[in-house]
Design a protein around this ligand. Sequence first.
Ligand SMILES: *Cc1c(COP(=O)(O)O)cnc(C)c1O
Length: 414
Amino acid sequence: MNDHRSRVTGPGQDEDALSARTRLIHSGSSSAKAAGLLNPPVHRASTIVYETVEDYIGRHSRLYDGVIYGLYGTETAFALAGAITELERGYDTVVTSSGTAAISLSFSAFLKAGDHALIIDTVYRSTRRFCDEVLAGYGIEISYFEPEIGGGIADLIRPNTRVIFLESPGSLTFEMADIPAITAVARANGIVTMLDNTWATPLFFRPIEHGVDVSISAATKYLSGHSDVMLGTMAASNEEVFKKLKDAAARWGNCVSADDCYLVHRGLRTLDVRLERHQQNAMTLIEWFQEQPEVDHILYPALPSDPGHAIWKRDFDGASGLFGVLLDGMSGPESSAFFNHLSHFKLGASWGGFESLMVPAWPAPVRSCIPVPEGALIRVHAGLEATEDLVADLEAAFGRLRHGRDARAGHGGG
Ligand SMILES: *Cc1c(COP(=O)(O)O)cnc(C)c1O
């Protein structure tokens, strides 16, 4: 066992018996512990120097578990990788420069010209763009499938299918996929599965325990939690998968800043309490939204009325703060009245931080095989503010919307 993979247990203790909550608090690095530090030190380096010429000559054999060049990560990155591995219950993890890099590097590690990849239709927009604009250009066949497919994915497998890429719940529209049903088919056919787990985080869903080979997170979002760091993670189910990911990251020049790794590791300490509040606040806001006559329905798998609720309940331990609100419609001027005068909700895309966000969303251009809900979709991120202040902000926004509608109805009728 190398000394970079952090382990929080003592001799004879069963690692799996520790709860994720405890792992979040204690994950670190052995050298930090030896020095009496609670958090891993920030090690900045490009070149690494060696004691002996033999160590120097043999350095590349330690790519997977040693600090050999700043490009491949210093101890600060290895400590974060170890912490993520514990949460994911995986073999080991590679930290990447962004969530987007984790996605593109995962594909790059397993696909070559002539291969075929199956992609869930509800992937994050940049994932779809990477498939359509980059992978297709490299001679890789791409097909999309509907999230409800389950074991039916067997019918889409071709002799050259190498990768199945998943995201559940789906971006913008929050459909749930039956991950164990899909990974069972993939395993039987020797196909690698990858899952973008950014919404749930490994605290609420552990893809590797459900048969996934590569669990991907945009650490930029909840893992960091403070809206000021870009980072991604690729957790591997076994050694072979890990080595392929590490090789791809090295060959494509992936590099992470030790300072950013430190910040994400620091963010992990409070992930559990933050997510609990995000989840609570989301539910409070959803209950309020559901009472508004303009609201058609809510897209959030933790709601018993959601079509994906049974799968969510079976596989997940919680829900995060991001959900969709489908309104009966919203004209351009109504949208301006609604969004342009918000005080606590901010207009911004990258969720997972402490602040509440609300933006209009248009899934239609990024779907090719499932129908898109009719009406106007709003994507809400419930932040950590007091919900009474958030509700007051929403009441004012719906007030402006109604005022505009009444005025128009008045003109129309008179
Ligand atoms: C934000 C996000 C990403 C991309 O992460 P970046 O760190 O912004 O590159 C990938 N997947 C999902 C689901 C995301 O929300």
